[in-house]
Design a protein around this ligand. Structure first.
Ligand SMILES: CC(C)(COP(=O)(O)OP(=O)(O)OC[C@H]1O[C@@H](n2cnc3c(N)ncnc32)[C@H](O)[C@@H]1OP(=O)(O)O)[C@@H](O)C(=O)NCCC(=O)NCCS
Length: 262
């Protein structure tokens, strides 16, 4: 078994797998698209040093592929994985996820991995759960109901103190995922990182505080305000749910703090 990065000659193979009905069935965009569009996307992907794609080979035959794209926040990456059509149920999906997550290059870029699977995509849920991903709530994208997943990657995984201003159900969900992933813990006043949801009011900010406000709008969670965060964000940013938003922000905050930037 060998894990290797995508190369230009993989362009056709990645397209053919992506267009195969057994894989398209589980894609959020199930429409077919032209090979010429794919070629342009693939060339941009390979030229972008912030995106990673790998192939798993078994006896020199490509048997699975995986890619990592920057997610909503810095230091956070979104995983997309597939076994070759006709080669599922052989453990290749799980193996490529395991090997790629251990790669030096990914570990140098990512503090947190996220993924989404459709609620009825049981093979992919097994693959993520078996490889240490934590269930990070539900979401809805267009007509698709999803389960969200998250895996902390940072070797220095000290949790960040956060303050939450949200209704109790959101607070409870957030507390659970922060503890599970080790990304943060609830503090009652001394933390610099503060999250406000919807109508929760924002007390006067103190120097050094980093404040985020989210608005739920037509079933979407929008980050519409970020104060004191050292990285410029293009707002509004859309997140799948409060859990995915807060753990990504904690991971980004830790990454920037580690570089002395937060
Ligand atoms: C999800 C996917 C990557 C799993 O890869 P895989 O190589 O089949 O993974 P594994 O062999 O480790 O199988 C994981 C589990 O799913 C089951 N499984 C895989 N394919 C299955 C299928 N078509 N029908 C029923 N069960 C299936 C396996 O039997 C195994 O369960 P078990 O150990 O309880 O028997 C693969 O099914 C795939 O490419 N799906 C389409 C793309 C996709 O959904 N990607 C995930 C979203 S990012």
């Amino acid at each position: 078994m060998k894990l290797r990065p995508w190369c230009p000659s993989d362009c056709r193979l990645i397209y053919d797998w992506r267009m195969d009905a057994s894989i398209r069935r589980w894609s959020f965009n199930q429409a077919e698209f032209a090979y010429s569009d794919h070629e342009q996307w693939f060339a941009r992907f390979l030229a972008d040093n912030k995106r990673l794609g790998y192939i798993l080979e078994d006896s020199q035959q490509a048997v699975a592929q995986i890619r990592f794209d920057p997610a909503e926040m810095p230091f956070c990456y979104r995983v997309s994985v597939a076994a070759a059509p006709g080669l599922s149920k052989k453990g290749y999906g799980s193996l490529i996820l395991q090997l790629a997550c251990a790669s030096e290059r990914l570990r140098g870029l990512a503090n947190l991995l996220v993924a989404e699977t459709m609620v009825d995509n049981f093979p992919s849920q097994k693959v993520f759960a078996r490889n240490g991903f934590f269930a990070a709530g539900k979401a809805c994208r267009g007509v698709h109901n999803l389960l969200c997943w998250a895996l902390p990657m940072a070797s220095d995984n000290d949790p960040v103190a956060v303050q939450l201003f949200a209704e109790k159900t959101i607070q409870d969900e957030l507390q659970k995922i922060l503890v599970l992933t080790g990304q943060g813990y609830l503090s009652d006043g001394s933390s610099r990182l503060k999250f406000f949801f919807d109508a929760a009011t924002c007390p006067l900010e103190s120097p050094g505080e980093v404040i985020f406000h989210f608005n739920t709008c037509a079933g979407q969670l929008l980050l519409d305000l970020a104060v004191g965060f050292s990285k410029k964000l293009t707002l509004p940013l859309v997140f799948d749910n409060p859990q995915m938003a807060v753990i990504q922000i904690c991971a980004a905050f830790k990454g920037l703090s580690g570089q002395g930037l937060c």
